[in-house]
Design a protein around this ligand. Structure first.
Ligand code: GLU
Length: 461
């Protein structure tokens, strides 16, 4: 059997990280089984935004390297199909027209509430054969079971049983204007798209018994369901903007690598021994939807940062340099770009931090941090700096700059601390930078001399 999974977002205009996680699970399961991963936009209500929303989802998929198969399915384009199946159920007597008015429905509900009963349709038109009341456009209701239980064989949660009496009634499948309802279209689409495994958030678990009723009425083969527990914020409440970004593309802006985000998301809800690092190949090899955790997971920002730092440290130069173009830093254009990136990547948790530390070295300082100046700059330290500049004639590597500097210090009876911070301030504008000798190598003697001259101009009084 070919495995077919799908991701079925509502068109909210962006891809939610929680959605990306279930999309990833669906993607992995399809890909590892050489199956299909389909994309369906559930836009029966929000049709207006569906094209933009699809573009946003595709953009996020592209950034993460997920790709769906075939054409995108839009529910808003499928009303004719839904109508056919409504008609079929009516013709077969599995669904019926209900002419209850809003007032009647309100009155029924009020009575049930007064008796502390669950509000529930009372089947009054289920076997109706009389003349329908005039002036009422009927809704279409499905003939649902009236008793017994409905069992979901969930790939994650195991058997989940629902008592029909507690949760079901003859629910509406088409409104009085003819439009089909949510659970109905989901079932039609999943069945017609040939979906074999539905992996979705467990906020949909309560829809599933209704969907099972519909599968049975329609005679469609039931897919296997996997209801994935939610992601909570660190305070235990449902993940929201308060806990961290929810839009996938915001992670790009914040300087996260897609590898890190996917690795982070797969581990939120699934594990493989004690392993933490999963490349796409590892994910494809090890991911198993039956091993998804039953309980909710907790969003943990420091874990994401840790993973991101790992991928920044280990990524090949070419690829990381390419990622950095997005942040306006061209490491390849600089003759010491690879060295600079190697120095900085060790200490960067995000590409934004990497950008800032690269710019701090690549851009000539336009000002000098006052606190550092007050602490380290003296007329003597500036004299030492001026003399040091005079011996810089050749471009050297870090080691050779170190030797040269030591010779200079010995000859003048000085210690490194008599020069280092003043030199650093002159080069990068502050007293923090990676190893000063590596900075010297990255800049080269001409640039060093220019920066020292500029600093002496500004700082010498
Ligand atoms: N459209 C639903 C959502 O965005 C998903 C429905 C499903 O996966 O069955 O939550």
């Amino acid at each position: 059997m070919m495995i077919v999974t799908r991701f079925a977002p509502s068109p909210t205009g962006y891809l939610h990280v929680g959605g990306l996680r279930t999309a990833l699970y669906s993607y992995l399961y399809a890909r590892k089984n050489k199956g299909k991963f389909l994309l369906r936009i559930e836009d029966t209500d929000l049709k207006r935004n569906s094209k933009e929303a699809t573009i946003a989802i595709k953009e996020a998929f592209k950034w993460c390297g997920l790709e769906h198969d075939g054409e995108v399915t839009y529910q808003s384009e499928r009303f004719d199909i839904y109508k056919q199946y409504i008609k079929k159920l009516l013709d077969e007597g599995k669904a019926y027209k209900c002419y209850m008015s809003k007032d009647e429905l309100d009155a029924l509900r009020a009575k049930q509430e007064a008796r502390k009963e669950r509000p529930k349709y009372d089947n009054r038109y289920r076997n109706f054969t009389g003349t329908p009341p005039s002036g009422i456009e009927p809704v279409i209701r499905i003939k649902a079971p009236e008793s017994g239980e409905i069992v979901i064989h969930d790939g994650i949660k195991g058997e989940v049983k629902f008592q029909v009496n507690d949760i079901l009634d003859d629910f509406i499948i088409a409104r009085s204007d003819g439009t089909p309802t949510y659970n109905f279209v989901v079932v039609i689409d999943d069945a017609l798209m040939g979906v074999t495994h539905v992996i979705r958030g467990d906020d949909h678990l309560s829809n599933t018994p209704k969907q099972i009723v519909l599968y049975e009425a329609l005679g469609f083969k039931m897919p296997e369901f996997f209801h994935v527990a939610m992601i909570n914020g660190e305070d235990g409440s449902k993940l929201s903007k308060r806990h961290g970004a929810t839009d996938v593309m915001e992670y790009k802006q914040m300087g996260y690598l897609p590898e890190a985000l996917l690795n982070f998301l797969i581990r939120l809800g699934w594990s493989h021994g004690d392993d933490e690092i999963f490349s796409m190949d590892d994910m494809l090899k090890y991911f198993d939807p039956y091993a998804i955790n039953k309980s909710a997971s907790t969003y943990n920002k420091s874990k994401l940062e840790w993973l991101n730092a790992h991928y920044i440290k280990t990524m090949p130069f070419e690829r990381l340099a390419k990622e950095m173009l997005y942040f306006g830093v061209d490491f390849k254009a600089h003759k010491k770009g690879e060295l600079l990136l190697d120095i900085l990547r060790e200490r960067s948790k995000t590409l934004v931090e990497l950008k800032d530390s690269a710019n701090a070295i690549l851009n000539r300082p336009t000002q000098y941090e006052q606190k550092a100046v007050d602490k380290f700059i003296t007329p003597t330290s500036l004299d030492i700096l001026e003399n040091f500049a005079k011996i810089l004639t050749l471009d050297l590597d870090a080691k050779a700059y170190e030797v040269l500097t030591n010779e200079f210090l010995n000859k003048n009876n000085l210690k490194l601390k008599d020069l280092a911070q003043t030199l650093r301030i002159s080069l990068v504008g502050s007293s923090v930078s990676p190893s000063i000798f590596e900075v010297l190598e990255v800049l080269g003697s001409n640039e060093i001399k220019t920066r020292i001259a500029n600093a002496l101009n500004v700082l010498k009084v």
